[in-house]
Design a protein around this ligand. Structure first.
Ligand SMILES: [Zn+2]
Length: 342
C-alpha cells in the first residue's frame, strides 16, 4: 500500500508507492573505467587542457599546473556564474544582473576514475580537505551569500564529464528552499535546543529501522521521507562544525563511512548514477536570520545527501516537487545495513 510521508527536513511530501516498483532504466548505468584517457582534461599530465589551477593538494616539490597532484581545483570552463562586480539592470517589471558568483570544478583524483566507488580512503580524505579549503576561502568573499557543493555521477544524474569531479557554485543570494531549510533548522533549535538533524538521528536510533551504519560520530541512514529510492543521509548528532571548519579527525571518520555506503549501494544496485550534495551553512549576516550565525553549528548539522538516480522523473515531479519513491526506506536501509562493511 502506498503512503504519503512528510519530509520535515525539506518541508515537502513524498509518495512512497512500492506497487509502482518497476525495472530501473539501465541504459544510463555508469561505465567504470580507470586509466588515462588521452583527451581527458582532468587526467594527470593534461593540466594544460584546463584553465590555471586555483588550488591543489600536491606532492612536495611539484609545480602548479604540472603533474604530481592529488586533487586540483580549476574554474569551470562552462561556468554558470563568474566573479565580476554585479550590475543590476531593469527590464519592465523584472530586474536582472550579470550571472555573478564563483563556479569551480574540483578534480577529485588524478586517475581517470569515473566513479566515486573506485576511490581509496586517502582519495576521499584529500577530497574532503579540498572542499574544506575551498569553502573556507570562498566564504571570506562578503558578496557570496550561499555556496552549493555537489557531485553528479552518471548521465542520468547530469554529469557531462566522466572523470570524477565535484562542483562548487557560490551565489550572491540564498536560494528560497535553502533559506527555508535554514529557517526551519533555526526554529527547531530555538524551540527544542537541538538541531533538527540531531533530532532526526535520535529518532532513527530509537527505532533502528532506517539506520544503515554508525561510524564514530557519524550515522548513515535512509531518511523517513526519502524522495529517491535508496536515498542515504550521513550526518551526526554531535555538532562537528561545517564543511569548512570540520576537524581532520572528523574527516578521517567520515571518509570510510561515505565510501562503505557507496560500495554497498553499488553492490545492491549495480553501477548507478547519483547526485551527492554537501550541506553548507549560512555564510553572512543578512543572508541568515538575526542571531543564527552565532549558533550555526548547534542549529545546523553538516550532512551529506546521496540521491541515487535509478528512475527518471516527469511532469508530476516537475509540477508539484513531490516525488514518487517506489522503494520503502525501511527496505532500502535493511538491504544496505546487511551488506555494509565500514
Ligand atoms: Zn580523466
Amino acid at each position: 500500500m502506498s503512503s504519503i510521508r512528510y519530509d520535515r527536513i525539506h518541508d515537502t511530501h513524498v509518495i512512497i508507492a512500492p506497487e509502482r516498483l518497476y525495472r530501473p532504466d539501465c541504459s544510463f548505468h555508469v561505465e567504470e573505467a580507470q586509466n588515462v584517457e588521452p583527451n581527458c582534461p582532468f587526467c594527470e599530465g593534461n593540466e594544460s587542457m584546463t584553465p590555471p589551477e586555483i588550488f591543489a593538494i600536491r606532492k612536495p616539490q611539484t609545480l602548479a599546473n604540472t603533474a604530481g597532484w592529488k586533487t586540483r581545483v580549476v574554474p569551470n570552463l562552462y561556468k554558470a556564474v563568474q566573479i565580476e562586480a554585479p550590475h543590476v539592470h531593469h527590464y519592465g517589471l523584472f530586474e536582472y544582473h550579470e550571472g555573478f558568483g564563483a563556479h569551480e570544478v574540483i578534480i577529485d583524483t588524478p586517475q581517470h576514475a569515473t566513479s566515486m566507488t573506485q576511490w581509496s580512503t586517502e582519495t576521499a580524505v584529500e577530497w574532503l580537505k579540498t572542499l574544506r579549503a575551498r569553502v573556507h576561502d570562498l566564504r571570506r568573499d562578503q558578496r557570496i551569500a550561499y555556496i552549493s557543493l555537489f557531485k553528479n555521477e552518471g548521465l542520468l544524474a547530469g554529469a557531462t564529464q566522466t572523470h570524477s569531479h565535484t562542483q562548487m557554485i557560490g551565489l550572491p543570494f540564498v536560494p528560497k528552499e535553502v533559506r527555508e531549510n535554514y529557517h526551519r533548522s533555526y526554529e527547531h533549535y530555538k524551540q527544542h535546543g537541538t538541531s533538527l538533524l540531531e533530532s532526526c538521528v535520535q529518532h532513527e536510533e530509537e527505532h533502528q529501522e532506517r539506520i544503515i551504519a554508525k561510524h564514530g560520530d557519524f550515522t548513515a541512514f535512509c531518511p523517513f521521507a526519502s524522495s529517491y529510492a535508496f536515498e542515504v543521509m550521513i550526518t551526526s548528532k554531535k555538532a562537528l562544525g561545517q564543511i569548512d571548519t570540520m576537524s581532520d579527525e572528523s574527516i578521517q571518520t567520515l571518509a570510510p563511512l561515505l565510501l562503505a555506503t557507496l560500495d554497498v549501494l553499488k553492490r545492491q544496485l549495480g553501477c548507478f548514477a547519483f547526485n551527492l550534495v554537501i550541506t553548507t551553512p549560512p555564510l553572512q549576516e543578512g543572508s541568515a536570520e538575526h542571531g543564527m550565525l552565532s549558533c550555526v553549528d548547534e542549529a545546523c548539522r553538516f550532512a551529506v545527501r546521496i540521491m541515487p538516480r535509478i528512475y527518471k522523473y516527469g511532469g508530476f515531479e516537475a509540477g508539484t516537487s513531490v516525488f514518487i519513491n517506489p522503494v520503502l526506506p525501511e527496505v532500502a536501509a535493511r538491504l544496505l545495513r546487511e551488506g555494509i562493511h565500514v
